[in-house]
Design a protein around this ligand. Sequence first.
Ligand SMILES: Nc1ncnc2c1ncn2[C@@H]1O[C@H](COP(=O)(O)OP(=O)(O)O)[C@@H](O)[C@H]1O
Ligand SMILES: [Mg+2]
Length: 265
Amino acid sequence: MKICITGKGGVGKTTFAGTLARMLARDGFDVIAIDADPAHNLHSTLGIKEEIKGLIPLAEMGDLIEERTGASPDVYGAVFKLNPKVSDLPQKLWIDAPDGVKFILMGTVKKGGSGCTCPANVMLKTFLKQVLSGEHDVIVDMEAGIEHLGRGTAKYADALIAVTEATPNSMEVAKKIMNLASDIGLEKTYVIGNKVASDEEEKFINKNFDNILGIIPFDYKVREAEMNGEALINFPTSKAFESILKIKNRLVKERFCEKSKIQGR
Ligand SMILES: Nc1ncnc2c1ncn2[C@@H]1O[C@H](COP(=O)(O)OP(=O)(O)O)[C@@H](O)[C@H]1O
Ligand SMILES: [Mg+2]
């Protein structure tokens, strides 16, 4: 199960990603959860309570990037390797989260640098490809875009999920992202409507997308969990939890149907 989660800032990607990762781990999946969002707070929705302030995102490990690519991320115009060695990095970088989830703080290259072929971006892209093509189940919490995914990597991702609210802005972002995804050959894209506060809002989202994986209601419990420094997974009676559980079950079912189709069963 390799899933990339994206969408406009604030729509609830990280809440969903962290909760989904924990639910999958409880089902026995061997999950790596990657934080590829500059706002990085996936650790808290995963339920890591310790301070991770000292943890440096891979994107900012200048010495390592220089060691592996042959060029400093701060020097422009230098010649560097486009295929740096990364095979040892997942094990070196992950830290343990509850339920056996492995958490990696990847980060992202700051705007202006993103999308460019610079040592840090090449490092992140190669790293993500390594993890997505490996044996673990992977959940990637991304920013509003798919810069870290190229054609070579997209083939390893089972699905891209765009989270949206019932607002024209966030739905527009979700649509753009899905177009970009199909441009790089990532066919399986889904939409999740989050913070849905009424039937009208649900209808509004339904009207705009035909690939909806699920709807998560606006649920004050999510905020309460956040304010108390708790992960949503610890609120199993909340509506948001129940909805995410349904979405998780659907993802698992679809994944296994597909596998058995491939194996001809
Ligand atoms: N279903 C929901 N109901 C109520 N609040 C939510 C819900 N999902 C997320 N939130 C809140 O919305 C804010 C943004 O969520 P977050 O997951 O950090 O979004 P993103 O990662 O997309 O920026 C947080 O304060 C979070 O607690
Ligand atoms: Mg986030």
